[in-house]
Design a protein around this ligand. Structure first.
Ligand code: ADP
Length: 321
Protein backbone atom coordinates (compact mmCIF):
# COMPACT_ATOMS: atom_id res chain seq x y z
CA UNK A 1 0.00 0.00 0.00
CA UNK A 2 1.52 3.29 -1.11
CA UNK A 3 -1.26 5.86 -0.57
CA UNK A 4 -4.03 6.36 1.95
CA UNK A 5 -6.55 9.18 2.25
CA UNK A 6 -8.41 10.57 5.22
CA UNK A 7 -11.67 12.49 5.50
CA UNK A 8 -14.00 13.76 8.21
CA UNK A 9 -17.72 13.38 7.65
CA UNK A 10 -20.98 14.18 9.43
CA UNK A 11 -21.02 16.55 12.40
CA UNK A 12 -17.65 18.06 13.38
CA UNK A 13 -16.16 17.17 16.74
CA UNK A 14 -13.12 18.39 18.71
CA UNK A 15 -10.31 15.86 18.48
CA UNK A 16 -10.95 15.03 14.83
CA UNK A 17 -7.80 17.02 13.96
CA UNK A 18 -5.69 14.99 16.37
CA UNK A 19 -6.93 11.81 14.69
CA UNK A 20 -6.18 13.25 11.24
CA UNK A 21 -2.68 14.19 12.42
CA UNK A 22 -2.08 10.70 13.80
CA UNK A 23 -3.14 9.09 10.52
CA UNK A 24 -0.77 11.35 8.58
CA UNK A 25 2.15 10.71 10.92
CA UNK A 26 1.56 6.95 11.10
CA UNK A 27 1.39 6.79 7.32
CA UNK A 28 4.71 8.62 6.92
CA UNK A 29 6.30 6.41 9.58
CA UNK A 30 5.38 3.44 7.39
CA UNK A 31 6.51 4.96 4.07
CA UNK A 32 2.95 5.57 2.91
CA UNK A 33 1.85 8.87 1.34
CA UNK A 34 -1.16 10.32 3.18
CA UNK A 35 -3.77 12.41 1.35
CA UNK A 36 -6.34 14.82 2.72
CA UNK A 37 -9.88 14.90 1.35
CA UNK A 38 -11.59 18.26 1.90
CA UNK A 39 -15.22 18.36 3.10
CA UNK A 40 -15.95 14.67 3.59
CA UNK A 41 -17.42 12.55 0.81
CA UNK A 42 -18.15 15.72 -1.15
CA UNK A 43 -14.40 16.23 -1.69
CA UNK A 44 -14.13 12.75 -3.20
CA UNK A 45 -16.64 13.79 -5.85
CA UNK A 46 -15.27 17.30 -6.47
CA UNK A 47 -11.71 15.94 -6.45
CA UNK A 48 -10.48 18.05 -3.55
CA UNK A 49 -7.81 15.54 -2.63
CA UNK A 50 -4.30 16.75 -1.84
CA UNK A 51 -1.07 15.39 -0.41
CA UNK A 52 -0.59 15.92 3.32
CA UNK A 53 2.67 16.80 5.01
CA UNK A 54 4.06 16.43 8.51
CA UNK A 55 4.13 20.17 9.20
CA UNK A 56 0.40 20.31 8.55
CA UNK A 57 -0.15 17.38 10.93
CA UNK A 58 1.85 19.05 13.69
CA UNK A 59 -0.03 22.32 13.32
CA UNK A 60 -3.55 20.95 13.83
CA UNK A 61 -3.41 18.70 16.91
CA UNK A 62 -4.64 21.33 19.36
CA UNK A 63 -7.30 22.89 17.16
CA UNK A 64 -11.06 22.35 17.55
CA UNK A 65 -13.50 21.47 14.78
CA UNK A 66 -12.12 19.74 11.72
CA UNK A 67 -9.67 21.77 9.69
CA UNK A 68 -10.14 19.54 6.65
CA UNK A 69 -13.85 20.34 6.66
CA UNK A 70 -16.98 18.24 6.77
CA UNK A 71 -20.08 18.32 4.61
CA UNK A 72 -23.24 16.31 4.12
CA UNK A 73 -23.69 14.65 0.77
CA UNK A 74 -26.95 12.66 0.74
CA UNK A 75 -26.30 11.67 -2.91
CA UNK A 76 -23.44 9.47 -1.70
CA UNK A 77 -26.10 6.79 -1.14
CA UNK A 78 -26.32 6.47 -4.93
CA UNK A 79 -23.93 3.98 -6.51
CA UNK A 80 -23.29 6.23 -9.55
CA UNK A 81 -22.06 9.03 -7.26
CA UNK A 82 -19.80 6.64 -5.36
CA UNK A 83 -18.37 5.40 -8.65
CA UNK A 84 -17.05 8.94 -9.28
CA UNK A 85 -15.38 8.84 -5.86
CA UNK A 86 -13.73 5.49 -6.56
CA UNK A 87 -12.54 6.71 -9.97
CA UNK A 88 -11.01 9.87 -8.46
CA UNK A 89 -9.22 7.88 -5.75
CA UNK A 90 -7.92 5.26 -8.16
CA UNK A 91 -6.57 7.96 -10.48
CA UNK A 92 -4.30 9.00 -7.61
CA UNK A 93 -3.50 5.35 -6.81
CA UNK A 94 -5.19 5.67 -3.42
CA UNK A 95 -6.35 2.24 -2.31
CA UNK A 96 -7.35 2.97 1.27
CA UNK A 97 -9.38 5.52 3.19
CA UNK A 98 -9.88 6.45 6.85
CA UNK A 99 -13.30 7.94 7.53
CA UNK A 100 -13.93 9.81 10.77
CA UNK A 101 -17.62 10.26 11.46
CA UNK A 102 -20.78 8.65 12.74
CA UNK A 103 -23.10 5.84 11.68
CA UNK A 104 -24.08 7.56 8.42
CA UNK A 105 -20.45 7.98 7.43
CA UNK A 106 -19.75 4.30 8.16
CA UNK A 107 -22.49 3.26 5.79
CA UNK A 108 -20.74 5.22 3.06
CA UNK A 109 -17.41 3.64 4.06
CA UNK A 110 -18.84 0.14 3.98
CA UNK A 111 -20.21 0.67 0.50
CA UNK A 112 -16.89 2.08 -0.72
CA UNK A 113 -15.11 -0.97 0.71
CA UNK A 114 -17.31 -3.19 -1.44
CA UNK A 115 -16.26 -1.11 -4.45
CA UNK A 116 -12.53 -1.77 -3.96
CA UNK A 117 -11.38 0.97 -1.58
CA UNK A 118 -10.29 -0.41 1.80
CA UNK A 119 -12.05 1.73 4.43
CA UNK A 120 -11.64 2.02 8.19
CA UNK A 121 -14.11 4.09 10.23
CA UNK A 122 -13.23 6.04 13.37
CA UNK A 123 -15.96 7.23 15.75
CA UNK A 124 -16.21 11.02 15.57
CA UNK A 125 -19.15 12.77 17.22
CA UNK A 126 -19.67 14.75 20.40
CA UNK A 127 -22.83 12.72 21.11
CA UNK A 128 -21.15 9.44 22.18
CA UNK A 129 -23.97 7.72 20.31
CA UNK A 130 -21.94 5.05 18.54
CA UNK A 131 -22.96 2.04 20.54
CA UNK A 132 -20.00 -0.18 19.76
CA UNK A 133 -17.46 2.25 21.20
CA UNK A 134 -17.29 3.28 24.85
CA UNK A 135 -16.03 6.67 23.72
CA UNK A 136 -16.28 8.79 20.60
CA UNK A 137 -13.84 11.47 19.46
CA UNK A 138 -15.39 14.76 20.61
CA UNK A 139 -17.32 13.54 23.64
CA UNK A 140 -14.80 14.43 26.35
CA UNK A 141 -14.30 17.98 25.10
CA UNK A 142 -18.04 18.59 24.68
CA UNK A 143 -18.63 17.14 28.13
CA UNK A 144 -16.10 19.54 29.64
CA UNK A 145 -17.85 22.43 27.89
CA UNK A 146 -21.18 21.26 29.33
CA UNK A 147 -19.68 20.96 32.82
CA UNK A 148 -18.01 24.39 32.70
CA UNK A 149 -21.27 25.90 31.45
CA UNK A 150 -23.41 24.30 34.16
CA UNK A 151 -20.88 25.36 36.81
CA UNK A 152 -21.23 28.96 35.58
CA UNK A 153 -25.02 28.70 35.51
CA UNK A 154 -24.96 27.27 39.04
CA UNK A 155 -23.04 30.34 40.29
CA UNK A 156 -25.74 32.71 39.16
CA UNK A 157 -28.57 30.34 40.14
CA UNK A 158 -27.20 30.15 43.69
CA UNK A 159 -26.81 33.92 43.83
CA UNK A 160 -30.45 34.51 42.90
CA UNK A 161 -32.13 31.42 44.31
CA UNK A 162 -33.25 30.19 40.91
CA UNK A 163 -34.17 27.09 38.99
CA UNK A 164 -32.28 26.79 35.69
CA UNK A 165 -33.32 24.60 32.78
CA UNK A 166 -30.24 23.69 30.73
CA UNK A 167 -30.68 22.08 27.32
CA UNK A 168 -27.76 19.85 26.28
CA UNK A 169 -26.94 18.32 22.88
CA UNK A 170 -26.62 14.61 22.19
CA UNK A 171 -29.04 13.90 19.37
CA UNK A 172 -30.93 10.81 20.57
CA UNK A 173 -28.21 9.89 23.09
CA UNK A 174 -28.37 11.14 26.67
CA UNK A 175 -24.70 10.63 27.58
CA UNK A 176 -23.68 14.30 27.46
CA UNK A 177 -26.62 15.09 29.74
CA UNK A 178 -26.11 12.14 32.11
CA UNK A 179 -22.34 12.60 32.44
CA UNK A 180 -22.67 16.41 32.61
CA UNK A 181 -25.38 16.21 35.28
CA UNK A 182 -23.32 13.70 37.23
CA UNK A 183 -20.25 15.95 37.18
CA UNK A 184 -22.17 19.04 38.29
CA UNK A 185 -24.75 17.66 40.70
CA UNK A 186 -27.69 18.70 38.51
CA UNK A 187 -30.78 17.75 40.52
CA UNK A 188 -33.19 16.85 37.71
CA UNK A 189 -32.18 14.82 34.63
CA UNK A 190 -34.34 14.05 31.62
CA UNK A 191 -33.09 12.34 28.45
CA UNK A 192 -34.66 10.37 25.65
CA UNK A 193 -33.52 7.01 27.05
CA UNK A 194 -34.54 7.94 30.58
CA UNK A 195 -37.34 10.46 30.07
CA UNK A 196 -39.38 12.45 32.56
CA UNK A 197 -42.72 14.06 31.73
CA UNK A 198 -43.13 17.79 32.23
CA UNK A 199 -45.32 16.99 35.25
CA UNK A 200 -42.62 14.78 36.77
CA UNK A 201 -40.01 17.50 36.31
CA UNK A 202 -42.29 20.09 37.94
CA UNK A 203 -43.06 17.74 40.80
CA UNK A 204 -39.33 17.12 41.41
CA UNK A 205 -38.58 20.86 41.37
CA UNK A 206 -41.49 21.41 43.80
CA UNK A 207 -40.08 18.81 46.14
CA UNK A 208 -36.63 20.47 46.04
CA UNK A 209 -38.20 23.86 46.68
CA UNK A 210 -39.97 22.51 49.75
CA UNK A 211 -36.59 21.36 50.99
CA UNK A 212 -35.23 24.88 50.52
CA UNK A 213 -32.74 24.12 47.78
CA UNK A 214 -30.94 27.36 47.04
CA UNK A 215 -30.79 26.47 43.34
CA UNK A 216 -31.96 23.69 41.04
CA UNK A 217 -30.46 22.64 37.73
CA UNK A 218 -32.83 20.80 35.38
CA UNK A 219 -30.58 19.10 32.80
CA UNK A 220 -32.56 18.09 29.72
CA UNK A 221 -31.23 16.65 26.51
CA UNK A 222 -32.20 18.29 23.24
CA UNK A 223 -35.30 17.50 21.17
CA UNK A 224 -37.52 16.79 24.16
CA UNK A 225 -38.85 20.09 25.42
CA UNK A 226 -38.95 23.74 24.52
CA UNK A 227 -36.54 24.87 27.26
CA UNK A 228 -37.97 28.39 27.47
CA UNK A 229 -41.55 27.15 27.86
CA UNK A 230 -40.47 24.51 30.35
CA UNK A 231 -38.76 27.14 32.51
CA UNK A 232 -41.87 29.35 32.35
CA UNK A 233 -44.13 26.49 33.38
CA UNK A 234 -41.82 25.53 36.25
CA UNK A 235 -41.98 29.15 37.42
CA UNK A 236 -45.79 29.26 37.19
CA UNK A 237 -46.37 25.91 38.88
CA UNK A 238 -43.66 25.96 41.56
CA UNK A 239 -43.12 29.66 42.22
CA UNK A 240 -39.39 29.03 41.75
CA UNK A 241 -37.85 31.94 39.82
CA UNK A 242 -36.71 30.09 36.68
CA UNK A 243 -34.60 30.71 33.60
CA UNK A 244 -33.41 28.61 30.68
CA UNK A 245 -30.18 28.21 28.71
CA UNK A 246 -29.81 26.29 25.47
CA UNK A 247 -26.10 25.46 25.31
CA UNK A 248 -26.22 24.94 21.54
CA UNK A 249 -23.24 24.88 19.23
CA UNK A 250 -20.72 26.04 21.81
CA UNK A 251 -20.68 22.31 22.69
CA UNK A 252 -19.34 21.42 19.24
CA UNK A 253 -16.29 23.68 19.26
CA UNK A 254 -13.28 24.44 21.41
CA UNK A 255 -9.80 23.10 21.97
CA UNK A 256 -9.81 19.31 22.41
CA UNK A 257 -9.02 18.15 25.93
CA UNK A 258 -5.86 16.17 26.68
CA UNK A 259 -7.86 12.93 26.97
CA UNK A 260 -9.53 13.66 23.64
CA UNK A 261 -6.21 14.14 21.89
CA UNK A 262 -4.80 11.02 23.51
CA UNK A 263 -7.59 8.72 22.33
CA UNK A 264 -7.93 10.42 18.94
CA UNK A 265 -4.22 9.82 18.38
CA UNK A 266 -4.52 6.19 19.44
CA UNK A 267 -7.54 5.74 17.15
CA UNK A 268 -5.63 7.27 14.21
CA UNK A 269 -2.57 5.05 14.70
CA UNK A 270 -4.76 1.96 15.04
CA UNK A 271 -6.69 2.77 11.85
CA UNK A 272 -3.53 2.91 9.73
CA UNK A 273 -2.23 -0.30 11.35
CA UNK A 274 -5.44 -2.06 10.33
CA UNK A 275 -5.10 -0.85 6.75
CA UNK A 276 -1.47 -2.00 6.62
CA UNK A 277 -2.67 -5.40 7.83
CA UNK A 278 -4.99 -5.48 4.80
CA UNK A 279 -8.24 -5.01 6.77
CA UNK A 280 -11.26 -3.24 5.34
CA UNK A 281 -14.87 -2.28 6.22
CA UNK A 282 -13.91 -2.15 9.90
CA UNK A 283 -15.02 0.33 12.45
CA UNK A 284 -12.68 1.02 15.37
CA UNK A 285 -14.15 1.22 18.84
CA UNK A 286 -12.88 1.52 22.38
CA UNK A 287 -13.83 -1.48 24.50
CA UNK A 288 -12.75 -0.88 28.10
CA UNK A 289 -9.15 0.23 27.61
CA UNK A 290 -8.61 -1.65 24.38
CA UNK A 291 -9.11 -0.59 20.78
CA UNK A 292 -10.96 -3.13 18.69
CA UNK A 293 -11.88 -3.37 15.02
CA UNK A 294 -15.33 -4.74 14.24
CA UNK A 295 -16.99 -5.11 10.90
CA UNK A 296 -19.12 -2.09 10.14
CA UNK A 297 -22.28 -4.07 9.40
CA UNK A 298 -22.42 -5.60 12.90
CA UNK A 299 -21.80 -2.25 14.61
CA UNK A 300 -24.71 -0.60 12.84
CA UNK A 301 -27.11 -3.11 14.40
CA UNK A 302 -25.60 -3.22 17.90
CA UNK A 303 -27.98 -2.65 20.84
CA UNK A 304 -27.66 0.67 22.70
CA UNK A 305 -25.92 0.71 26.07
CA UNK A 306 -28.24 0.23 29.04
CA UNK A 307 -27.52 2.99 31.57
CA UNK A 308 -30.63 2.48 33.72
CA UNK A 309 -28.63 1.77 36.88
CA UNK A 310 -26.46 4.85 36.34
CA UNK A 311 -29.54 7.05 35.94
CA UNK A 312 -31.13 5.59 39.06
CA UNK A 313 -27.99 6.02 41.16
CA UNK A 314 -27.29 9.59 40.15
CA UNK A 315 -30.91 10.73 40.47
CA UNK A 316 -31.03 9.26 43.95
CA UNK A 317 -28.01 11.15 45.25
CA UNK A 318 -28.60 14.42 43.41
CA UNK A 319 -32.16 14.77 44.67
CA UNK A 320 -30.81 14.23 48.16
CA UNK A 321 -33.43 11.55 48.93
P1 ADP B 1 -22.89 10.88 10.71
O1 ADP B 1 -21.75 10.24 10.01
O2 ADP B 1 -22.41 11.83 11.79
O3 ADP B 1 -23.91 9.88 11.19
P2 ADP B 1 -24.64 11.63 8.50
O4 ADP B 1 -25.69 10.62 8.83
O5 ADP B 1 -25.08 12.98 8.06
O6 ADP B 1 -23.60 11.87 9.69
O7 ADP B 1 -23.75 10.99 7.33
C1 ADP B 1 -22.64 11.68 6.82
C2 ADP B 1 -22.52 11.41 5.33
O8 ADP B 1 -22.33 10.00 5.12
C3 ADP B 1 -23.77 11.74 4.51
O9 ADP B 1 -23.85 13.11 4.18
C4 ADP B 1 -23.57 10.88 3.29
O10 ADP B 1 -22.62 11.49 2.42
C5 ADP B 1 -22.93 9.62 3.89
N1 ADP B 1 -23.95 8.60 4.13
C6 ADP B 1 -24.89 8.58 5.11
N2 ADP B 1 -25.69 7.50 5.01
C7 ADP B 1 -25.24 6.79 3.93
C8 ADP B 1 -25.65 5.58 3.30
N3 ADP B 1 -26.70 4.86 3.75
N4 ADP B 1 -24.96 5.18 2.21
C9 ADP B 1 -23.91 5.89 1.74
N5 ADP B 1 -23.48 7.04 2.28
C10 ADP B 1 -24.13 7.49 3.37
Amino acid sequence: MKNIAILTSGGDAPGMNAAVAAVIKTAFANNIQPWIVQDGYKGLITNQISKADIKFADSIVSRGGTVIGSARLPEFKEEKVREVAVKNLKKLKIEALVVIGGDGSYQGAEKLSKMGINCIGLPGTIDNDIVSSDLTIGFDTALNTVVNSIDAIRDTADSHNRCMVVEIMGNACGDLTLFGATATGAEVIATKESPLTKEEIISQVNELKKRNHRSVIVAVSEKQFNAEELAKEIMQKTGYDSRHTVLGHIQRGGKPTAMERYWATRFGIYAVEQLIAGKSALYIGLDGNTLVGRDIESTLNAAPKDRTQEYDAIRKINKGV
